[in-house]
Design a protein around this ligand. Structure first.
Ligand code: NAP
Length: 281
């Protein structure tokens, strides 16, 4: 495993396991499998309704808490200083831990500054080792980062070979905010990346799959990737990406695959916000 250092010195694994759309019942089995194959970073969220499964799995794994890197996210319905503070304690209880390694604001809606104050306090109180945001696109990120005391250590964004996020990258560098990639394989039910001929051809040179090339492309450039799979053999495959290095020429070739730089989700669409509140509130 390779690690990334956040600006406060916290070391974060460059590859982790994400549990979006993993049912509460399935989550414990999936995370148990993921820990067995060697993942040490688990990415969950209050909105995924499966933090308890993560908690049960790591407790039963026999691993020491300090061997793990647990990431969760404050949901929109918990926005605001008071509600966010309560929700952080609730996440700690569900995850069966007394600290979270990285806590993110999940979406840039509602009272994000109030939420951030609660997160800064949790950070100072030692309940959280690092804090950041998710889905804060360039303008929103700039405004937010400008006005908060503790600058976000991470921005978790949709990022993969087809959504390369080149626009926001220099902005993140200004505050030394690291990028964490959700949907690193293109997301649920999308075959574009894992079946990409261009990636498969590059992978063939190293005995790797298209998925492995897509994950190496992220990690090699210092972007944390959190692929999800319900299948143990794919979990193992996705983790096995640190024994080859893409050449400059291959990186340049992959740059041409960028199709929608800022992602496939329109975060400014009121219908999208309504959908989130109604389905995950
Ligand atoms: N912050 C946010 O708003 C946000 C949004 C979305 C996701 N996330 C986080 O990011 C994580 C990953 O994103 P994601 O789950 O959307 O998508 P993803 O990891 O890009 O893709 C998951 C899909 O790829 C398949 N897959 C995995 N490994 C494969 C392989 N080696 N070969 C072929 N297919 C493979 C999976 O199928 P099987 O399961 O059937 O193997 C699943 O359908 C989430 O779990 C979550 O933790 C965060």
């Amino acid at each position: 495993m390779e690690y990334l250092k956040l600006y406060n010195g916290v070391e974060m694994p460059l590859l982790g396991y994400g549990v979006f759309l993993v049912s509460p019942e399935e989550c414990e089995r999936c995370v148990t499998d993921a820990l067995e194959v060697g993942y040490r970073l688990i990415d969950t969220a209050q909105a995924y309704a499966n933090e308890e499964g993560v908690g049960h799995a790591w407790r039963r794994s026999g691993l020491k808490r300090e061997e793990l890197f647990l990431v969760t996210k404050v949901w929109i319905s918990n926005a605001g200083e008071e509600k966010a503070a309560k929700s952080i304690d609730e996440s700690l209880r569900k995850l069966q831990t007394d600290y979270i390694d990285l806590l993110l604001i999940h979406q840039a809606y509602g009272d994000v500054f109030g939420t951030w104050r609660a997160m800064e306090k949790a950070y100072r109180d030692g309940k959280v080792r690092a804090i950041g945001v998710s889905n804060f696109q360039a303008g929103r990120f700039f405004d937010f980062a400008h006005y908060v005391d503790v600058k976000p250590m991470v921005n978790q964004l949709q990022c993969n070979v087809m959504t390369q996020q080149t626009g926001i990258t220099p902005l993140l560098a200004e505050t030394d905010t690291k990028m964490m990639a959700w949907g690193p394989l293109g997301g649920q039910g999308v075959d574009g990346i894992v079946k990409s001929e261009a990636l498969a051809n590059i992978g063939a040179r190293y005995g790797k799959s298209a998925a492995q090339v897509a994950l190496r492309w992220l990690t090699q450039r210092g972007i944390v990737a959190i692929p999800k799979s319900s299948h143990k053999e794919r979990m193992a495959q996705n983790l096995n990406v640190f024994d080859f290095t893409l050449t400059d020429e291959e990186i340049a070739q992959i740059a041409t695959l960028n199709q929608h730089d800022t992602g496939t989700v329109n975060f400014s669409d009121p219908q999208f916000v309504k959908y989130l509140i109604e389905n995950y509130g």
